[in-house]
Design a protein around this ligand. Sequence first.
Ligand code: ASP
Length: 366
Amino acid sequence: MTTRRSFLRATAGAGAGAALGILPATRLRGAPAVHLRRVTPVCIASGNGLTAVTRAMEVIHEEGDTLDAVLQGVTIVERDPEDTSVGYGGLPNLEGVVQLDSSIMHGPTRGAGAVASLEGIKAPSLVARDVMRYTDHVFLVGPGAQRFARSMGHPIEDLLTEEARRRWVEWRARLSDQDYFLTPEQTLHHLPDFCSGAGQGEGLLDSHDGMRPHGTIHCNVVNESGDLSGVTTTSGMAWKIPGRVGDSPIIGAGLYVDNDVGACGSTGRGEAVIKTVGSHAVVELMRGGMHPKDACLEALRRIVRFTIEPRLRDERGLPNFSVNYYAVNKKGEYAGAAIWAGARFAVSVDGDTRPEDSAYLFQPDR
Ligand code: ASP
């Protein structure tokens, strides 16, 4: 299929100008030469966003709106019970209740919306969009956010899947040897069908034993005209204190979009991102002329400097957690970067969707 961009590119011919998305001078009779700038659209997301960027780019190629594109992408993941870090199937708080956070920003209209500690809605990003579209506010939380969502027609559903509940029960049992919660091994009642569904006992604890599993999806996009939008959505840190809000729904922390400059979002330890207003910092660094990769790495260095608590540092004095930024600028340059090596992010550009390695500050000791 010939897209408008590929047609424009073909007419521009291959060369440095085409590679930069700069079309040759179009001369109307008697008019001065006009240089039209076109951007190569690109959509990026956290590593769990390959399906999201694929869907978002389909919307962009159908000339859809940038916010619609990223929302159509991330809602696939929000509704997927297999992804335990986002939406339906997300891991619950310490009381076993799934509480979701999300924010959205629409570059062309400078719109923003967000929800936090939202219970019972599979796709909180769509409620964040409704906050932007149907209220004079930016941020709704808790029961008020849920009542608003219900009024907008979002069904209230049970978000705790059997798998998420099983992992929560296991975590609760290992909380302390001073409480009355016990594992089946301790009660000697290690029977195969203690939980319904998949056999419990084996494999209940994942590689996060001792650490709190977390995860999020962030997705942002720039289209051919240089318009930008972004969304971040999460169930936050597993086993969190009820009411805990991370960076994801906080405009400037887990997401920031300035249609004149670029977009950025984050995943990882939200507390560190909030304290450094991470995504806004990245966009401001890009405004100052930095490439997205350098801007992300500089914002990550600020987190390292802010991390002085011994409990959050390893033997080398470095953060014992990671944070990832995903940034795209108005020219279509993009990057993912993390504190620690090994992270990947999802990219869709030029008809190709792939994971790419994130830039990083540190490599773990071998
Ligand atoms: N940033 C999310 C939060 O702190 C969690 C994550 O991305 O892993 O809520």
